[in-house]
Design a protein around this ligand. Structure first.
Ligand SMILES: Nc1ncnc2c1ncn2[C@@H]1O[C@H](COP(=O)(O)OP(=O)(O)O)[C@@H](O)[C@H]1O
Ligand SMILES: [Mg+2]
Length: 181
């Protein structure tokens, strides 16, 4: 549990999706059925310590969102990759985000930058395709990604890393977006 516990994503259709976890660039929400997750990109805090203007950082984060969506579209149209990524379920129509006390914290996010994925069960770990002990199927996955234009897999994570049949990878992009710090 962390300070984000109790956050709720409100969708335009009126449904409420509870917070489940976070990454470096996004907060992740999961529907009540445990079928879908919503990855919502975080906005740079106002008056942060960064040297770079907030507007620049925000543009970079939106770019990051776009390259991930492009990557899911590519992966979804390749039989091998599609079997090893969660199903991409489109963009979410987010109305707002509220904290546990009901306060609107939408300004902390890029509200239009939210995509929906099939929820994967279990725990994820780093893909780590260059590790000495990286399984052959992980190396094959990465080669196929690169061949199709999904060039950024450095930050990717994987569920079921040691299972050649059922492993599934998340958090990859068509290109690397460098943050200026
Ligand atoms: N499809 C999914 N199913 C289940 N959990 C997920 C899924 N996508 C993301 N998560 C969880 O959310 C965490 C953060 O997501 P991630 O895409 O890695 O965000 P970031 O780009 O901020 O690192 C993941 O490490 C994972 O635990
Ligand atoms: Mg991640």
């Amino acid at each position: 549990m962390n300070g984000k516990h109790g956050l709720v994503l409100a969708l335009k259709d009126g449904s409420q999706v509870p917070y489940v976890t976070n990454g470096a660039y996004a907060d992740v929400f999961m529907d009540q059925q445990g079928a879908k997750v919503y990855k919502l990109f975080i906005s740079e805090p106002e008056g942060g310590l960064r040297q770079t203007p907030k507007a620049t950082l925000d543009a970079i984060r939106r770019d990051n969102f776009t390259t991930q969506i492009e990557a899911y579209r590519i992966a979804g149209s390749d039989a091998f990759l599609a079997a090893h990524v969660p199903q991409f379920l489109g963009l979410a129509e987010v109305a707002s985000v509220h904290d546990a006390t009901g306060q609107d914290v939408s300004h902390e996010y890029h509200i239009p930058c939210c995509y929906i994925l099939q929820r994967l069960e279990g725990r994820d770990e780093k893909l780590d395709p260059l590790a000495d002990d990286a399984p052959e199927h992980i190396k094959t996955f990465v080669k196929r990604c690169k061949a199709l234009g999904i060039t950024y897999v450095h930050d990717a994570s994987v569920f079921g890393r040691s299972d050649p049949e059922h492993f599934k990878v998340i958090d990859f992009a068509t290109r690397e977006i460098e943050m200026p710090w």
